[in-house]
Design a protein around this ligand. Structure first.
Ligand code: FES
Ligand code: FE2
Length: 431
């Protein structure tokens, strides 16, 4: 449980809020590279951290992320012409480059120097992992992007989808660190997890569903926290599902050895909505066609998108297409995809008055199974409070700490999970 004040402090990220200022010190995913695929292709609208922006790829391939509204009289630049290394407003023709410089003002006399005084808000960008990253903070951006493994591997090793989520980033993120819910929300009536992937270890999955009261062991790390959720396994052994939270909004979900790694990214869109990038990747080989097909067609690990996205077909407005007959006979939730199951329980959690997308954490009754969530909130609040003293988040200066993996593995009783799984976590071994 949090006080109302702390709940607002940890969740609200719009411009001028303390958490917003904290998050802006990190590089963050802004959009998929594919949304601005070609030089001089159509500009796209992007809402990020409560700001309305427009992204465009210029003639030289650079991606600009600029104010959605023209500096002249505020016409929407979404309608702009993306041509010859800049975006030109269709109202009076003012043109801006990717750095927001006004480079042409054709409705002013040729002798006017006014354009040299006009600057459009713009943010630095980089591209990696099929994503355009942006820095929305003050001063120079951190020298490097976080060293997430997904950014190192070739694109045929990766499957990624982006969704808009109708809740604050935090309640979406918290679900990623709440191991016990998987044994209910994501379970099937026959005791299996819903949506078997064509990979993995069925026995480990069975333990995951059988022991519904995991014991959480939470450790602090340089990048955030690592949680081992311990369940009863085979004779004399425990099943450990190990999940990491990397500041401020990355979650590495446990995968069995040799199966694709899974990263959930929860970027604030504004105070009450967020972007969800779900990334499945393999370190040393391409994803199989069979697996890609299962992601595309089974629609369990990934939700189906409306017209290519970012809205999922199962959504708040249609009750996530819950099927009550399937709920009675086949699955615990009656909702098809795992991301939609998560969204159904988190997009409208008992809301804060006046903020439907922000859960009211002052009325929760947290239990032992919520230990990781409690720690994440503490760390975020500590991070925000240290910003008050003018200290930038230290993680932004140490990108290498982000190279880490998660794993679901059986270990002998008495073996601490961080020791028993150390070689998996560090990336030394995968299979
Ligand atoms: S409003 Fe854009 S050029 Fe006038
Ligand atoms: Fe979940």
């Amino acid at each position: 449980m949090l006080s109302e004040a702390d709940n607002m402090l940890v969740t609200r990220t719009d411009s001028g809020t303390p958490m917003g200022e904290y998050m802006r010190r990190f590089w963050m995913p802004a959009l998929m590279s594919s949304e601005v695929l070609e030089p001089d292709s159509a500009p796209v609208r992007i809402r990020l951290m409560g700001e309305d922006l427009v992204a465009f790829r210029d003639t030289e391939g650079r991606v600009g992320l600029v104010d959605a509204y023209c500096a002249h009289r505020g016409a929407p630049l979404f309608f702009g012409r993306n041509e010859e290394c800049g975006i030109r407003c269709i109202y009076h023709g003012w043109k801006y480059d990717v750095d927001g410089n006004c480079v042409d003002m054709p409705n002013e006399p040729p002798t006017s120097r006014f354009k040299t005084h006009v600057q459009l808000k713009s943010y630095p960008t980089r591209e990696a992992g099929e994503v355009v990253w942006a820095y929305l903070g003050p001063g120079e951006p951190p020298a490097e992007l976080p060293d997430l493994e997904w950014l190192r591997v070739p694109s045929d090793h990766v499957y990624i989808r982006k969704y808009v989520v109708e809740s604050n980033y935090l309640q979406a993120l918290e679900g990623d660190h709440d191991s016990s819910h998987a044994s209910f929300l994501h379970s099937a009536m026959d005791g299996q997890i819903v949506g078997e992937r064509p990979v993995g270890n069925a026995e480990i999955r069975r333990f995951h569903m059988k022991d519904k009261a995991p014991k959480l062991h939470v450790l602090n790390t340089a990048y955030g926290i690592i949680t081992g959720a311990r369940r009863n396994g085979s004779e004399g052994r425990y099943l450990w599902r190990i999940v990491s939270w990397l500041k401020p909004f990355y979650s590495l979900i446990a995968s069995e050895p040799g199966t694709p790694l899974l990263l959930n990214v929860r970027v604030p869109r504004d105070d009450e909505t967020s972007w969800f990038y779900r990334v499945s990747y393999q370190p040393d080989r391409p994803l199989t066609e069979e697996l890609r097909r299962s992601y595309d067609e089974d629609l369990v690990m990934f939700s189906e998108l409306v017209d290519g996205g970012p809205q999922a077909k199962e959504n708040l407005d249609n009750d996530y297409l819950i099927d009550r007959e399937i709920q009675k006979t086949k699955t615990f939730s009656g909702i098809r995809s795992i991301p939609a199951q998560d969204r159904a329980v988190s997009e409208r959690m008992a809301p804060t008055k006046g903020f439907p997308g922000i859960g009211d954490r002052s009325r929760e009754r947290l239990a032992a199974s919520d230990a990781a969530i409690v720690q994440i909130r503490k760390d975020l609040l500590r991070g925000v409070r240290s910003m008050d003293e003018g200290v930038a988040p230290p993680e932004t200066a140490t990108p290498e700490i982000y190279f880490v993996r998660s794993v679901a593995i059986e270990l002998g009783e008495g073996v601490p999970f961080d020791v028993g799984a150390a070689r998996y976590i560090s990336g030394e071994i995968w299979e």
